[in-house]
Structure formats: structure tokens, C-alpha cells
Design a protein around this ligand. Structure first.
Ligand code: HEM
Length: 501
């Protein structure tokens, strides 16, 4: 008998033995009563504190079972929702407060000290934490799931393939993909969706970096599956047809199958001596510091992680650059001036159009525009950590097993750190921000390993864009939403005019 049969027999037996109780009563008991009792116990045990121990942070545990999950989930879909969620609770409870999300107490700390505390204590007092539903889609052996010494070893190994030196070695290739992108996808159009264009660009680049740009049909299927995967991974974990989370699970299965085919093909190419120099080739040919080669499962999980983490983050940032620059003509003029100078000085030196490392270093204002964009609408607005022991912060105890969330949007909008925060002003980055107030890439040992790469690919894109096109927003009042990455409701359609610098 299959497991399903055993469960239904047990369920039938249980139903018939409980005279007077309808199945609905039992279901209601399971769904509402039991979790409520558990919630009351967890709230009481949170309140009962041993002698001498400091109190847990003040805050609200919200509704039984749901806690404040609904308010939080809604806040994450609005452009400044998280800022309001945090500000309201700070006013009520103080700078360090607790909430109750997805069945767990969650503490919010006060940046910059709180961010510094978390980033400095990664692996000592706190560890990376993902909700179980997200974990299931990330894969057991991906870098982001590892902890402690195992994490450090894996991070040095994998992130080493994305460090500054490796990134700069890849510049010529990214420049080539960018030139082709504008020549094929932008040429001849009068209006197009910025989000779609930026997504095609960053997806082609990440595929090339990880797997070598596959042929169009394979690339197309990867795009479709990855879109489904990234759309559903953070959605309500309802694993049932018709729900985004279910689709994401299916997409993960298909992506792993596709990677399997690509790995087999790559082994063949390596044997023939004509393999593309990318992450996959590196993982198959270079062992880690301990002399170990990754298993196919580890390779597939990490290809999936880097593909997921490495395309939408940059594409939404580029779409936001297009949006904010359009709305700030004086910023566009300065951006144009800088890019014009770069193009002209290359011509004066008799160089080809190909970008060199020195050209990227000259894009100081361009980088400030991207930094300011990531201040106003960070692609990722925070992440969770688990307290791995009972820890003390600012006079409070945060018990082992509680979650702590670091966020960036709140400090990015704090006038104490960023005067006149509603104004889009790239020049504010002429001097470095106060440490731990500006954290679009996170911080500490878990800081985004794709930082150098993301910076390079975004600078290259903006260079080609400004050099080749002027643009204006088709719907200047299009609202910005978060899902939870920022985007405009219609994908920022723009009218474009070809120019020559
Ligand atoms: C604008 C672009 C990007 C932004 C804003 C961004 C931001 C972030 C943030 C905030 C984190 C979480 C850090 C934490 O948990 O504390 C992260 C993690 C990560 N990012 Fe990025 N990222 C970007 C681009 C990229 C790219 C291009 C790649 C790959 C080449 C990448 C790969 C990763 C990976 C693998 C992680 C997980 C690291 C870990 O758990 O140890 N990211 N990123």
C-alpha cells in the first residue's frame, strides 16, 4: 500500500471513531486551535524569563498564528512599505523591536549599530536563515545554505571566480554582449520596455558567465524557467497547481534537468579541449582548497543560485536607473557629459570602442547614479538571520532560534544619514556614506559575492545606453511597486531616439 493509501485509511478510521465530530470540526481544530495553543505557549515562554536575564525587545506578536505576517507581506509590495512598517513600530516600541512573522519572533535592529552588530557576528552569534519554503527551492548544497567553516571554504572557492580580478578579465566579453544587445534588441524600435531589455541583457550575461551563452532555444527555455522560479520562490508556499510557488518548484526541477544535460555536454567538450571558460568549466576543472571537486548536485545547486541571484537584482536596478535619470534631466546631462568624455578620449588616443578597465574607473559619476538608484530603491531590501545562541543586544536578550532581520531601505531614507532623502542626488556619494547606513549589497562575510561583477555589468550597460540612445518615459507617472524587488507597474516603457556620441 502506498503512503497516500495509509494516510487515507488512518484519516477514515479517525473520522469514524470520533462520533459527533464532523471532518470540518477536526480540520478547524488542526488549522486554528492547535496553532493558537502553540502560539500562546510560545508567547508565554517568550515572556517568562529566567532570573537575571534581560528582557526581550518590546513589540507586538500580532494576531494568533499569523502574527504580523500579513502587514509585513503587504509592506513588502509597496515602494516605501517596509520603511513605514519599521517607522510605525519604532515610534511605538523604540529603535529595537520585535514582531512575529511566518510563525517566528523576528527582531529588527537599529542601523548603523544594528547592521554592524549583525554583519560582524555572522557565524558567531547569528547565521543566515531562509524560510523553509525558500530553502527547499534553493537546494541543500548551494553556497547560501552552508554555515560556519563549510561556508567559508565554499565562499572562498566559488566567490573567487567572481572577484575583482576575475571580473575585469571578463570585461571584454560583457562589452561584446552589450554591443550585440543594443544592435539586436534596441535597433529600429521607437518604443520598448526597459525592464524587458534590461532582463534580456542581464540574463544573457549571467548565462554566459555561468554556462557559456547557450543556443537560442536552450536560452529561451532557461529564461522561461528562471522567470517562473524567481517569481514563485518568495510567494506563499502553496505547493498546488495554479499557485506561483508550485510553478517555481516545477521550474527548479526543469532547470536542474537542463543543467544535467549541459554538464554532460561540457564534460565532452573538455575532453575534446574546446570548453568555454565560465563558472561551469571552473567548477569541473578546479578543485577547492581542500582538493575536492564538487559533485554534480553541488554544481547544479550553485548554478541555480548564481543564476537566480545574479540577473533580476541587476536588471531591476538598471530599470530604476532608466526611470530616475529620465525624471532628473540635470542628472542625465552630467551622465551624458561623462560618457561623452570617455568616448572622445578613447578616439583621441586612437583606441577602438572596446571598453577597458581604465574606462570603467573613469565612470565615477555613472557609478554614483547607480549607487543613488540602489539607495532609493535597493534591489534586495534585507534578509533574515537566526540567533544561534541567546544573545544580548542593546540591553535586550534575543533568544536562540529567534530571527533577526537586517534591512536597508529604512536607513537609506533616514535624513540623519542621507540629508534630503527624497531627492535623487548622485552627488551625495562624492563622499562615502556613514559606515553600515548604506548596505544595498549587505555586509560582512555574506556580502553579495557578485558585487564587482554587478558593478561592471551595470556600468557597461549604462555606457552603451547613453552612447547610443536618448530616452523618455512613455508613462512618467507609472507607480513603483515592489514584488519584492522594485519595478514599475508596466515595466517602464520608453520612447527612444538613436544618437551618436
Ligand atoms: C544590483 C545587483 C545586486 C544586488 C543589489 C545584490 C544584493 C545582494 C544582497 C543584499 C545579498 C544578501 C546578502 C545577505 O544575505 O546579507 C546578496 C546575496 C547574493 N548575491 Fe547579490 N546582488 C546583486 C547582484 C548579484 C550578482 C550579479 C550575482 C552573481 C554573479 C550575485 C550573487 C549573489 C549570491 C550568490 C548571494 C548569496 C550569498 C550568500 O548567501 O552567501 N548577486 N546579493
Amino acid at each position: 500500500m502506498g503512503a497516500g493509501g495509509a494516510w487515507s485509511e488512518m484519516w477514515n478510521g479517525l473520522s469514524s471513531s470520533l462520533d459527533g465530530f464532523s471532518a470540518a470540526t477536526i480540520i478547524i481544530s488542526i488549522i486554528i486551535v492547535i496553532p493558537t495553543i502553540l502560539w500562546i505557549f510560545s508567547s508565554l515562554s517568550a515572556k517568562a524569563r529566567p532570573e537575571g536575564r534581560r528582557p526581550t525587545p518590546p513589540g507586538s506578536t500580532g494576531l494568533p498564528l499569523a502574527g504580523e505576517t500579513i502587514q509585513f507581506a503587504l509592506a513588502m509590495t509597496r515602494k516605501d512599505g517596509l520603511i513605514k512598517f519599521i517607522s510605525e513600530r519604532r515610534k511605538k516600541h523604540g529603535p529595537v523591536f520585535k514582531s512575529h512573522l511566518l510563525g517566528s519572533p523576528v527582531v529588527f535592529l537599529d542601523p548603523p549599530a544594528g547592521n554592524k552588530f549583525l554583519f560582524h557576528n555572522e557565524g558567531k552569534l547569528v547565521e543566515n536563515a531562509w524560510p523553509a519554503s525558500v530553502s527547499a527551492l534553493l537546494g541543500e548544497t548551494s553556497l547560501t545554505k552552508k554555515q560556519g567553516e563549510e561556508y567559508k571554504l565554499a565562499r572562498r572557492y566559488i566567490a573567487g571566480f567572481f572577484d575583482q580580478k576575475a571580473t575585469m578579465a571578463y570585461l571584454a566579453r560583457v562589452d561584446e554582449v552589450a554591443s550585440k544587445h543594443f544592435a539586436t534588441h534596441w535597433k529600429g524600435h521607437e518604443e520598448l520596455s526597459s525592464l524587458l531589455m534590461a532582463t534580456i541583457y542581464t540574463f544573457d550575461i549571467i548565462c554566459d558567465l555561468l554556462l557559456g551563452l547557450p543556443d537560442e532555444p536552450e536560452l529561451q527555455e532557461l529564461r522561461v524557467c528562471m522567470k517562473q522560479y524567481s517569481f514563485g520562490i518568495l510567494k506563499a508556499p502553496i505547493n498546488f497547481p495554479g499557485f506561483a510557488y508550485y510553478d517555481a518548484r516545477k521550474a527548479r526541477e526543469r532547470l536542474l534537468e537542463m543543467y544535467e544535460v549541459i554538464i554532460t555536454r561540457r564534460r565532452q567538450e573538455l575532453a575534446e579541449g574546446n570548453a568555454h571558460p565560465d563558472l561551469l568549466t571552473n567548477l569541473l576543472t578546479v578543485p577547492d582548497e581542500a582538493g575536492r571537486f564538487y559533485s554534480d548536485e553541488e554544481i547544479k545547486d550553485n548554478l541555480l543560485l548564481f543564476m537566480f541571484a545574479g540577473f533580476e537584482t541587476s536588471s531591476v536596478a538598471l530599470t530604476m536607473v532608466i526611470t530616475f535619470v529620465s525624471k532628473n534631466p540635470q542628472v542625465y546631462e552630467l551622465l551624458l557629459k561623462e560618457q561623452k568624455e570617455i568616448v572622445e578620449s578613447k578616439r583621441m588616443r586612437g583606441e577602438s570602442d572596446m571598453l577597458r578597465v581604465e574606462d570603467l574607473s573613469a565612470m565615477k559619476y555613472t557609478w554614483r547614479v547607480i549607487q543613488e538608484t540602489l539607495r532609493v530603491q535597493p534591489s534586495v531590501n534585507g534578509a533574515f538571520r537566526d540567533a544561534i545562541i541567546d544573545l544580548e543586544y542593546n540591553g535586550y536578550t534575543i533568544p536562540k532560534g529567534w530571527k533577526i532581520m537586517w534591512t536597508n531601505q529604512h536607513s537609506h531614507y533616514d535624513p540623519a544619514f542621507f540629508p534630503n532623502p527624497d531627492c535623487f542626488d548622485p552627488s551625495r556619494f562624492e563622499s562615502p556614506p556613514i559606515p553600515f547606513t548604506y548596505v544595498p549589497f549587505g555586509g560582512g562575510p555574506r556580502i553579495c559575492p557578485g558585487y564587482d561583477f554587478a558593478k561592471m555589468e551595470m556600468l557597461v550597460f549604462v555606457h552603451h545606453l547613453v552612447k547610443n540612445y536618448q530616452w523618455s518615459l512613455t508613462h512618467p507617472d507609472e507607480p513603483i511597486i515592489r514584488n519584492p524587488t522594485p519595478r514599475t507597474a508596466r515595466g517602464t516603457p520608453v520612447r527612444i531616439t538613436k544618437i551618436e556620441l
